[in-house]
Design a protein around this ligand. Structure first.
Ligand SMILES: NC(=O)c1ccc[n+]([C@@H]2O[C@H](COP(=O)([O-])OP(=O)(O)OC[C@H]3O[C@@H](n4cnc5c(N)ncnc54)[C@H](OP(=O)(O)O)[C@@H]3O)[C@@H](O)[C@H]2O)c1
Length: 428
């Protein structure tokens, strides 16, 4: 094995390989030997003693060309150096294990095609839901089923922020600062709270679940920046909660893919997912519902990498002549991604207005014009009449109709900001 990248994931991987080496050897029937290690600061890193002597370098090229390295673990991240090193590993006919969702979401189909042509093995379990073996589930465990839908909580940072907001009533900025202090959130939080990280993961899971070539552009994305403690209070009144949901659903029109905050009934299993945990709920045509739960990041990601190293080692020993990309080469058509505007849902609309008579009538008029049925109007007592929050829920309608209504409502002179529209998921 050659390991490139000794940060959070790389150091966990090394610790597990060192501490659990005997168990791993028993399970495999032979030892996994770490031959080479690489990071920019490798010479100042503490390497676990149990690994024995290893070649250390700051240049990943020396790992991918090392004659005794059969498998390269890419644990660097990003899409520049990581892409170069994965491509170079494949050119040098080294098998690859990667934890890099960003790279695989952007270039996964091409990397898999090249790996198959070169006759090497590739594994990427650690790229989505570190502690949950969801790739193995979709590629092996339930691969005989026809997946109809799955919904996931795939970003632990967002789930931590939302569930803390729910528990404490503190605003997003304060919780984010605390998450950064605890190491749950990056200094630049955009990849997490604007939905990019979750979208990369949804690309990979949707490809695995539906056998389609999914790209980030196929997915509607909205982050959690606009969610406030008030939204949780209204959601609770409606016996719901709010989570950042990564959804993939077959419809008669095609596959609808989205990453967005949504209201979930409090009684559902996904609503119970707290803190930095991840979860995936899958609905199969034949196998019905299955649910997967675990840590999304940190040390458990090391387990995923080590398990992938074992998988690839077994595949190399076994010869594995048939390698199939999880990203289909041809689209069957039935799972063609289509626009989220075709989705039909009930919606939660939250307004902040400069209070005056006739506001509800005006908003109800816009909804009626779009043929949207009003369900309920909720308003907590509030003293600030110039910034009055309230909520309207509406019956099932198309996302396009809601977007048209929100666009028209946003232009009204009493509106303090554009209305917040969240789908209400009932099918989970
Ligand atoms: N953190 C998690 O919990 C988690 C969970 C699931 C998946 N992942 C994925 O796992 C990957 C690694 O994440 P991480 O959190 O471990 O990152 P990290 O802590 O930032 O570690 C990155 C490592 O890569 C090394 N590196 C960067 N550029 C390099 C280069 N050009 N040549 C050699 N080494 C280089 C760094 O070296 P220096 O330390 O010497 O600078 C560092 O050791 C990413 O793709 C991430 O998305 C992470």
């Amino acid at each position: 094995m050659g390991i490139v990248g000794l940060g959070n994931v790389g150091s966990s991987t090394l610790a597990i390989l060192a501490e659990n080496g005997d168990q791993i050897a028993l399970k495999l029937g032979y030892r996994l030997k770490v031959v080479a290690l690489c990071s920019r600061s490798v010479h100042s890193k503490k390497i676990p003693e149990g690994l024995g002597p290893v070649f250390k370098t700051t240049d990943w090229r020396e790992v991918v060309t090392h004659p005794d390295v059969h498998v390269v673990a890419e644990l660097v991240g990003g899409t520049s150096a990581a892409a170069d090193l994965v491509n170079a590993a494949i050119e040098n006919r080294k098998s690859v294990v990667t934890a890099n969702k960003e790279l695989m979401a952007a270039c996964g189909p091409d990397i898999w095609d090249r790996a198959i042509q070169a006759g090497i093995n590739l594994a990427m379990e650690a790229s989505v839901c570190g502690g949950i073996p969801i790739h193995a589930v979709l590629r092996e465990g339930i691969s005989g089923d026809r997946i109809m839908a799955f919904y996931g909580i795939l970003n632990g940072t967002c789930n931590y922020i939302l569930t803390e907001m729910e528990k404490t009533g503190a605003p997003l900025a304060a919780i984010l600062a605390e998450a950064q202090r605890l190491g749950y959130a990056e200094a630049d939080p955009s990849a997490d709270i604007d939905g990019f990280d979750a979208r990369s993961k949804l690309v990979l899971l949707a490809a695995l679940a539906f056998g389609e070539r999914i790209t980030p552009a196929d997915i509607f994305m909205e982050g959690i920046r606009r969610i406030t403690p008030l939204d949780f209070r209204y959601a609770h009144t409606l016996k719901h909660t709010i989570r950042l949901i990564c959804g993939a659903r077959k419809t008669p029109d095609g596959l609808i893919l989205s990453v967005r905050p949504a209201l979930l009934p409090s009684s559902t299993i996904l609503a119970g997912v707290q803190g930095p945990y991840n979860a995936v709920w899958v609905k199969g045509q034949f196998g019905e519902d299955t649910f997967y739960y675990g840590w999304g990041a940190g040390h458990p990601t090391g387990v995923a990498v080590v398990s992938d190293l074992m998988r690839v080692a077994r595949e190399i020993r076994g010869g594995s002549p048939e390698r199939v990309s999880p990203f289909a080469h041809e689209r069957l058509g039935e799972n063609k991604p289509v626009s989220v505007t075709l989705q039909r849902r009930a919606y939660y609309l939250r307004f902040r207005v400069d209070d005056r008579p006739g506001i509800i009538a005006k908003l109800a008029g816009i909804l009626a014009n779009k043929n949207i049925g009003l369900e309920a109007v909720l308003q907590e007592p509030c003293e600030t009449k110039h910034d009055l929050p309230f909520v309207i829920t509406v019956e099932q309608t198309s996302e396009q109709s809601i977007r048209d209504a929100v666009e028209e409502m946003a232009k009204l002179d009493f509106m303090r900001e554009a209305p917040l529209a969240l789908p209400m998921e009932t099918a989970l």
